[in-house]
Ligand binder design. Structure first.
Ligand code: 7TS
Length: 416
């Protein structure tokens, strides 16, 4: 299947709604995506027909719940080309997946004087867990700097690739700049000095075909809700050898093999990392989401978003005072963060809300990056498989109205 966007939109009931009496133009999929009927139906079916706890019942519906839960794990493993389903751990979201690695792998493997290498474009979720690990261990945080166009300046980070480097944690795609990073090259370089690499796939995996084995990452973290799945479910992919050597993250039911008063033995990977009753319905819903995305095709989705972002780039540049952040469309995914003259990003977003256009404004959980960019906040339009060029036109028309409303229509275009 390819991206027949008009047909595809029929799969997403929420998109039929109006907002403020106007047709809803949803341009905030980088925050969370909308859900197709196939996912909503799966959640419904789960609760109506299979709802029981997993891995413990001896009766039929518990068996069904377990089978569907584990089938979802297998579907996710296939989606990211993991070597086997045991390398897929269900978490709450990408944030929890990253924290799991920082705690379970980090505490056991990182010591004072080691270097943890991040980038200047990381979301707080791929920054704060490493700050906490550095505080616990005495490790040092270093950052791959950005060049003037919001790309990673790998030459400037060359000095960090030595035997002190223990971990590189890098985003596959920036949620602000849109930059798609050369993660495979970074991984090769890090492995050459014996470092482990975590890829934050929260933005990437939803939009770009991601092959964990080809990428050769050690860990890959992502969130179900950004890829047509339910909230409350995320994934940590881990190389099996590393997962097996790691202690558990949380303790409780499910993650044990045998428990005595003063000690316990661990269950096998992945259940070792899934303490307590997991998000069963949500995991099964995520399984339906990845099957839906596979049917449309990640390459078709990426090509569609590429068309949208190129179109948006051209049209937005016609607005006086439009200033985008990050590289040109060739090197970015389907989002554009920008400022418009000296309008505050929140004023822009609030005005657009009145026009039925939903975008995000703020620091997008990347405060240090915004500091580096020299702006307190940006407005961000982000696209997914269900967006259209007509919606880009609606965005541009609404921004034009905002310029008129705030009395800024005559200034010249600023191209950056
Ligand atoms: N990493 C990146 C690159 C992200 O964009 C986000 C969420 C996360 C991690 C965390 O994902 P979570 O599901 O665990 O919260 N980014 C955004 C955003 O850009 N707007 O809202 C959430």
């Amino acid at each position: 299947m390819s991206c027949d966007v008009q047909k595809l939109r029929e799969d997403f009931p929420l998109l039929r709604q109006t907002m403020r009496g106007k047709p809803l133009v949803y341009l905030d999929s980088a925050a969370t995506s909308q859900k197709p009927r196939a996912v909503l139906d799966t959640l419904h079916t789960y609760y109506e027909r299979w709802n029981a706890n997993v891995h413990r019942g001896i009766y039929e519906i518990s068996d069904l719940a377990t089978q569907h839960y584990e089938a979802a794990r297998a579907a996710v493993a296939r989606f990211i080309h993991a070597a086997e389903p045991a390398e897929v751990i269900f978490t709450r979201n990408a944030t929890e997946a990253i924290n799991l690695v920082a705690r379970a792998w980090g505490d056991a493997n990182v010591k004072a004087g080691d270097v943890i290498l991040l980038t200047e474009m990381e979301h707080h979720s791929n920054l704060v867990p490493w700050q906490l690990l550095a505080q616990r261990t005495g490790a040092r945080l270093e950052f791959i700097p950005l060049d003037g166009q919001g790309r990673l300046d790998l030459a400037a980070a060359e000095k960090f690739f030595n035997d002190r480097l223990r971990l590189v944690a890098v985003t596959q795609m920036s949620n602000v700049l849109g930059t798609i990073n050369p993660v495979a090259a970074i991984i090769r370089h890090a492995h050459a000095v014996g470092a482990v690499v975590l890829v934050d796939g929260a933005q990437g995996c939803a939009h770009i075909a991601s092959d964990a084995q080809k990428m050769d990452c050690d860990f890959l973290a992502f969130s179900g809700h950004k890829m047509c799945g339910p909230t409350g479910i995320g994934v940590l992919y881990g190389r099996k050898r590393l997962l097996e050597a790691m202690p558990p993250f949380l303790g409780g039911g499910e993650m044990i093999s045998v428990v005595d008063w003063r000690e316990f033995t661990w269950n096998h990977t992945p259940w070792k990392f899934e303490a307590g009753t997991p998000a069963i319905a949500q995991a099964i819903g995520l399984g339906a989401a990845v099957e839906y995305l596979e049917k449309v095709g990640l390459d078709a989705i990426h090509a569609h978003e590429d068309t949208l972002v190129r179109y948006a780039w051209e049209k937005l540049h016609e607005l006086p005072g439009f200033r985008p952040y990050g590289p040109p469309p060739d090197e970015r995914g389907g989002l554009v963060a920008f400022t418009l003259d000296d309008l505050h990003a929140h004023d822009i977003a609030q005005f657009l809300d009145q026009q039925g256009v939903a975008i995000r404004a703020g620091h997008h959980c990347a405060m240090p990056l915004h500091k580096k960019l020299g702006v307190a906040a940006t407005a961000r339009a982000s696209f997914y498989l269900y967006n259209t060029t007509a919606e880009v036109d609606a965005l541009v028309a609404a921004l034009r109205k905002a310029l008129t409303f705030f009395g800024i229509e005559t200034k010249t275009t600023v191209n950056v």
